[in-house]
Design a protein around this ligand. Sequence first.
Ligand code: BES
Ligand code: ZN
Length: 425
Amino acid sequence: MNLRRAAWVSSTLATCLVGAAHAGPKVWVSVGEDAYRLLRRAGADIEQVELHTLPVQAPAAEGSSKLVRRDESVYLMRVDSDALPRLSQDVHQRLNRCAGYVMHASRAQGRQELSGFRAALLRQETAGKVNYEIDNQAEVNALLPQLQESNVRSTIVQLSTDYKNRYYATHYGVNASDDLVKTWKALAAGRADVTVKQFSHNWPQKSVIMTIKGTTSPKQIVVIGGHLDSTIGNTQEESIAPGADDDASGIASLTEVARVLLSSGYQPRRTIQFMAYAAEEIGLFGSAAIAADYKAKGKKVIGALQLDMTNYQGGTSDYTMITDYTNAAQNTFVKNLAAYYTPSMVVNQGACGYACSDHASWTRNGYVASFPFESLLSQDNPYIHTPQDTIDKSGNNANHAIKFSRLALAFAVELGSDGPALLTK
Ligand code: BES
Ligand code: ZN
């Protein structure tokens, strides 16, 4: 652990989410191997432990290009809820990450969620009917130069300064969603094939979905998403949670892609959907609701790309492909897109170690997802989840976030331009 990181850990410890209020003294949770050891060491009151395994892919070491497939142990158990804040603290301090555990309503639910997750991950390994050829160079190359850093920058500034926070439960968070609808509708003006709609949840903030209807294969959907909400941990109505990097940057990167696709008159063969998820910061809630709804309706999502944190380049790495809870074949495609369209970019890979963003909601529901991240995980933005997550930490520009617009535009057009004829069986 370096010094900068050590200072951050002690000053922002309180900003990790430590779970919702607990109903009773004993709760059902699942935790990974390392967190389980910490719980044991802390002498927590643990009952009815059962071991499950999840097949995950992770690099052999951080930055390594070698991928190793391993069965990750997950312990489902009943534990004293008093032990949970302590667990989050230990996970944060010793393992240098947030989210030490996942809560379940009951043992049965925990089992069901874990086995559903396992099945979805196994299906990922056999997926791969999609054509990942790079074969739409003419369209992509015509569109790439139209992306403008100044637009990405101004969207980040707007989202991070127009509201005190974009928390899922505050009126600011609600307004941010309502305003984004207006912004996206303005981009879609004059396009009869485009709709902008809110997706309502059973909490105040709504997700926002822009749909560009496919010309020949409208039922096949390509998703590009990020989360609209922000947090500082224990966020209150008037808390200052600018979330410039986490994740105004992702919304700004994808909004610029939408602007260029729409203003250029580009029409995809497949449907392209841009999504601004509500309530990611409290447990991927918005994306989970949408992905579950799509699954229930049998919607065919060809692939999802997650943009969460795109504007803070902590080192020389431009993109880190997140290898866990994502699809290996599509990840390779995204890496190939970077190599082809942005050859000077440095691409690494790394594993979050837990379901760290909305890509996991798609994966959980059996869909294919990828998550290119802004830096090495060990060099990530130390200001997220604090009132200091502002654009000045990225030099008051969007030079890094615009790279993610390029990658996402290439993804949208290379997948969006394909139709059923190009599906290989
Ligand atoms: N953007 C973060 C995830 C992240 C942070 C990924 C740093 C890689 C490096 C996301 O908004 C977040 O905060 N996720 C939560 C977990 C979620 C299930 C609430 C987290 O990491 O604690
Ligand atoms: Zn976050």
